[in-house]
Design a protein around this ligand. Structure first.
Ligand SMILES: NC(=O)c1ccc[n+]([C@@H]2O[C@H](COP(=O)([O-])OP(=O)(O)OC[C@H]3O[C@@H](n4cnc5c(N)ncnc54)[C@H](OP(=O)(O)O)[C@@H]3O)[C@@H](O)[C@H]2O)c1
Length: 293
């Protein structure tokens, strides 16, 4: 029997598709283009490894960063490893035109934005009060404003097509305040909160929402933010970007809401959620403190 309580239950549970005709029309509108996975900050580190992982599974990939030569070299390297063409998009994501630039470059190359990996991010170490105001503003702009704005721009078309998704890169630091990296940890808490809320708002929409929450990963990130002498660098083993990318890809495709890579990831994730802040925050303060402080 079409309709009736079973159909309503299916719709409510997100198992059935409402208004499939409009989704078909939205897909038809991009039928002349190929779906692409766009990875922000895809020129090095975790972003590059995620781009390579998607490409190795046969996806069309575009990588976005500011430094043209790094971007071109990474695109060529990924192509060499995977045999898939990779589109480099040179763009400062803090530009108000960033989404327009990405969309235009994609369309010119024959792609549409199917999966957005919001990976580009900045860290900042040291006591909050001693940090430069401009550096803090740049961190908030990239880690929070850019991710929010790109997600908001990308989502309507994904929802209309009932396909694609957002893979937002946070950190295990999202689950606890981080003295000596206060603004960075707070920015990643925002990423988890936003992504999980969007996932529930759009449950059953056919669009995936996944948040990646790694612990320390061996990239230039720590040196760049001035955290190389922090205790956690000596005590906590850092994962390789490839291991993180493997877990991210698998988690995204299995429909996990949160991916905490590595064997220590799920344990730390659970511990940070269970431990009360009067216990966990002083531990974080000790781990994040740098030699000179
Ligand atoms: N490494 C870790 O231990 C770790 C742990 C947990 C979470 N994370 C998160 O993982 C993400 C990636 O970290 P990572 O370690 O791979 O960092 P990374 O090695 O420093 O790479 C950052 C990437 O972002 C790009 N980028 C920076 N600012 C940009 C801007 N304004 N516009 C466009 N691209 C920009 C960089 O290229 P250009 O400089 O050329 O623009 C580069 O491709 C971040 O969100 C970070 O918070 C990292």
């Amino acid at each position: 029997m079409p309709g009736g309580p079973t159909r309503n239950a299916d719709l409510w549970l997100g198992r059935a598709r409402k208004n499939d005709a409009s989704a078909a029309a939205a897909r038809q509108a991009v039928a002349h283009l190929k779906p692409a996975v766009v990875v922000t900050g895809g020129s090095r580190g975790i972003g590059r490894a995620i781009a390579q992982r998607f490409a190795s599974h046969g996806h069309h990939v575009a990588i976005v960063a500011r430094t043209k030569d790094d971007l071109k070299n990474s695109a060529l390297e990924i192509e060499r490893h995977t045999g898939q063409p990779v589109l480099p998009i040179t763009c400062d994501l803090t530009s108000p035109k960033a989404f327009a630039i990405i969309s235009q470059d994609l369309e010119q190359a024959g792609y549409f934005l199917d999966v957005l990996v919001n990976n580009a991010g900045l860290g900042l170490a040291g006591p909050f009060v001693e940090q430069d105001e401009t550096d803090i503003a740049q961190l908030v702009e990239l880690n929070i404003l850019v991710l929010t704005s790109l997600s908001r721009h990308a989502l309507p078309a994904m929802l209309a097509r009932r396909r694609g998704g957002l893979l937002n890169v946070a950190s295990l630091g999202a689950y606890v305040p981080g003295p000596h990296q206060a603004a960075y940890y707070a920015s990643k808490a925002y990423v988890v909160s936003l992504t999980e809320a969007m996932a529930v708002e759009n449950y059953g929409s056919g669009v995936r929402f996944c948040v990646l929450a790694p612990g320390p990963v061996e990239t230039r990130f720590h040196a760049k933010m001035g955290a190389d002498t922090a205790r956690y660098r000596r005590i906590i083993p850092a994962l390789s970007p490839d291991a993180v990318a493997r877990a991210a890809y698998r988690g995204y495709y299995f429909g996990l809401r949160v991916v905490a890579p590595g064997w220590l990831g799920p344990i730390s994730h659970a511990a940070l959620k269970i431990l009360p802040h009067p216990i966990s925050v002083p531990i974080m303060a000790w781990l994040l403190k740098r030699d000179a402080e």
